[in-house]
Design a protein around this ligand. Structure first.
Ligand code: PGA
Length: 236
């Protein structure tokens, strides 16, 4: 069971250092029952890696380019992350797809480049509300998952776009159905993401086919994120 905290564009270097030192104490003793990782913004990665060095909590990046180096202004490469001590990267988050125009092809390239460099990858997929309402969910997931290839270090996060940051969580039946479908396309661990809280994660983490959670807003608060990690550890 993996609980991953996607901080998005939150927490400066000093806020990261403070949070990590408290998080270590908060989840001390859970190692072995749940894998915990945090995904700070690029600028806060060194502080997180240093702050969590003597813990079991891993550090990942929120995006990664596919090339090792080159004329790609504003991008960060897999070896740059590896050298920092970063173990994983998220690719294809819906905010990248919708605000920054990332396509399935770009997401596939990012995933392949990161895996090739030895990083673990969390690739995000998920349908919008309109796509769900018009019966397109499976086609969207088939297209997004179909762009990816099996790898032992690849994890998929099913994040229905309508549930991200909205307080609307998918129901257990919706999650079960989507995770089953994704696993029928690609046999990898699948996390659920979208307004996960300590209140709703218990019902979701017990479902077959749910291998953990990608937590956004609720990962920014120590007690909330700590509680989700504890609940996950008790389900493992
Ligand atoms: P949320 O975000 O938990 O704030 O809905 C999840 C995500 O975007 O990964």
């Amino acid at each position: 069971m993996l609980i991953a905290g996607n901080w998005k564009m939150n927490k400066t270097t000093s806020e990261t250092a403070e949070f990590c030192s408290s998080l270590k104490r908060r989840v001390d003793g859970l190692a072995g029952s749940v894998d915990i990782s945090v995904f700070p913004p690029f600028t806060s990665l060194p502080a997180a890696v240093t702050g969590l060095a003597d813990s079991e909590i891993a550090v990942g990046a929120q995006n990664v380019h596919w090339a090792n180096e080159g004329p790609f202004t504003g991008e960060v490469s897999p070896p740059m992350l590896r050298e920092l001590g970063v173990y994983a990267a998220i690719v294809g988050h819906s905010e990248r797809r919708h605000h920054f125009g990332e396509t399935d092809d770009m997401v596939a390239l990012r995933a392949a480049g990161a895996l090739e460099a030895g990083l673990f990858v969390i690739a995000c997929v998920g349908e919008t509300e309109i796509e769900r309402e018009t019966g397109e969910m499976q086609n969207v997931l088939r297209r997004q998952v179909g762009a990816l290839s099996h790898d032992d270090r690849l994890v998929i996060a099913y994040e229905p776009v309508w549930a991200i940051g909205t307080g609307k969580t998918a129901t257990p039946d919706q999650v079960r159905e989507a995770h089953e479908f994704i696993k029928s396309l690609l046999d990898v661990p699948v996390l659920y993401g979208g307004s996960v809280t300590p209140g709703n994660c218990q019902d979701l983490l017990i479902l077959d086919g749910v291998d953990g959670a990608l937590v956004g807003g609720a990962s920014l608060d120590l007690d909330t994120f700590g509680s989700i990690c504890e609940l996950a550890a008790s389900r493992s």
